[in-house]
Design a protein. Structure first.
Length: 276
């Protein structure tokens, strides 16, 4: 088993408001990704506070088919612990406006979770990739910080048009049906085993922000790059040893330059490779 992560700034940002960590251990391994809200103050700091707090409470997550109660405790404890740090530095409480994605793997089992929006991708042993994309139709995700403020949580719940959609697709099976479900779950999760999957990854929603620049010579107009195309490239590892995600992201950035791709939003990725 091996874990790694990477995060990098989007072209429309002055500072990267994503943060990620990865840890490999004989008892359990994990990755954590946080994506700070671009319109809230100091969320680059808040995202780091949340991730570092979450590392402290990873032991709370139960790696089993029905882990929702443990995931709720994990996010609550992480938010409250991060809030202590922000108060100590006299930061605006809104600095913790961030989404969070995690993977925890124990032996041959894993649980991947998404609080807010983002993407979970699981590579099956047959080579196909199951992709679950969580999006809020109005573009305002539920942040971990809302559990710290009852009024903000109530205001969010009143946004009746801002429902959450979970899109499932399988690549590279181009004939597979893309399924979209409406969900009112606060936390989305996926449980899996090494018998079915050998790799699982989480991405912040910046994976949706890629565009291909127009090309005057070929008369090709600018286009949005499909999320699944970006995910497939980001998961095309040549090796899973050492800092494999960091190395691959550097190669991916060269590919983006060659294809005239750019991502406008920050992007973070965390991967757990379940093999030996």
């Amino acid at each position: 088993m091996n874990t790694d992560c990477a995060f990098f700034m989007g072209s429309d940002h002055k500072v990267c408001q994503d943060y990620a960590v990865a840890h490999t251990d004989p008892d359990y391994s994990y990755v954590i990704v946080a994506d700070g809200c671009s319109s809230s103050p100091n969320t680059d700091i808040g995202a780091r506070f949340l991730v570092k707090a979450a590392e402290t409470f990873m032991y709370l997550i139960e790696v089993r088919p029905a882990p929702i109660a443990s995931l709720q405790r994990f996010h609550e404890q992480s938010a409250h612990f991060a809030a202590l740090s922000s108060k100590f530095l006299r930061l605006d409480p809104h600095c913790l406006d961030a989404t969070m994605l995690t993977i925890k793997a124990t032996g041959r089992h894993f649980v991947a979770s998404c609080y807010g929006d983002g993407v979970v991708a699981m590579v099956r042993n047959d080579g196909n990739v199951e992709i679950y994309s969580v999006e809020f139709v109005e573009g305002f995700p539920q942040y971990v910080s809302y559990m710290l403020d009852a009024n903000r949580r109530l205001q969010f719940d009143k946004q009746t048009n801002n429902h959450k959609e979970v899109t499932r697709q399988i690549i590279p099976d181009i004939e597979a049906e893309v399924k979209v479900d409406i969900s009112d779950n606060v936390i989305e999760f996926h449980y899996g085993t090494r018998e079915d999957y050998y790799c699982v990854a989480v991405f912040s929603d910046g994976v949706h922000s890629f565009t291909e620049a127009a090309d005057a010579q070929s008369r090709r107009s600018a286009r949005a790059v499909p999320m699944a195309e970006v995910v497939s490239q980001l998961l095309a590892f040549k090796s899973t040893k050492g800092d494999f995600v960091f190395r691959h992201v550097r190669a991916f950035q060269k590919l983006c330059a060659a294809r005239r791709w750019q991502h406008h939003d920050d992007l973070s990725v965390g991967v757990v490779y379940l093999g030996n």
